[in-house]
Write a protein that binds this ligand. Sequence first.
Ligand code: C2E
Ligand code: MG
Ligand code: MG
Ligand code: MG
Length: 282
Amino acid sequence: KAKQYVGSHYIFYTDMMKDSVKREFKIRNYLHSAIENDEFELWYQPIVELSTLKIVGAEALIRWHQPKLGFLPPDQFISIAEKSGHIHQLGKWVLKQACIQTKKLHQQGFSKQYVAVNVSVKQLENEYFAESVCGILNETECKGELLMIEVTEETSISDSQKVQMNLGKLAKLGIKCSIDDFGTGFSSLAKLHELQMNQLKIDKSFIWDIEKSEKIVLAILSMGKNLQLRVVSEGIETKEQLEFLARAGSDFGQGYYFTKPLPFEAYQVFLSEWQSNKERIN
Ligand code: C2E
Ligand code: MG
Ligand code: MG
Ligand code: MG
């Protein structure tokens, strides 16, 4: 019996493995033509100043409409794109699209909105990354000041010299840099300081569990203040979380409480309505 059980369990396990390997293989292949087939889209989630409830910018989040696999969130393909090398081409597409759409918002009068773009450490390890960003800014006639890049703590432990070089060049272009998912990685504070980050984003896991994580959140906030970093709290889902964070001095917030990420057209509508009705959250 035991043997049979172990046997069937074993088979089940390998089937699952096979399926996930197959799926990864498919995704890797489909990535190849996805940009030219125009299958990607950026969705936007607003970043709100907690003291005024003004929207100051938005984070661009990639979505993939794959004809055979359906709608894919980034967690299902970004790490594959990083392994396969597609991330470089994909990353450029994201930056360009974010610049084009942010420029559009400006032309519509949302003149102070910046866009935050997630950048993989693999991109920053590429010698020509900063040059390609510079090219995109010129091509789209978008100012560097409108762009913020979000990097993970992984970036601070990369031993590639190119990361620091790229970050320096991006800073010269007026581009700000934020550390994403702060508190989940193993970065050294000294290294983060050396990389001259402008902002950190407290990981949503701490916000969701704010009762248990209160002390950690307060520690991150005070550290942010001391290092003169702006602090964004991610994953705000309730009024209680919002009020706690505003009181505790988090400069900005982001989360489903304000809205889920929205396709560009819907985001434009959301922004207009928000600006014409600042009382809506209360
Ligand atoms: P992230 O940069 O930390 O982005 C925040 C994620 O949390 C987004 O998931 C967003 O939809 C989700 N989120 C925001 N507020 C809430 C909330 O209140 N509750 C919950 N449950 N979730 C919330 P998404 O869009 O699935 O993106 C996942 C991750 O994929 C991102 O995490 C980022 O690391 C990566 N990613 C997204 N777009 C890109 C991209 O263009 N390039 C790269 N390299 N990575 C990207
Ligand atoms: Mg992010
Ligand atoms: Mg995050
Ligand atoms: Mg993340």
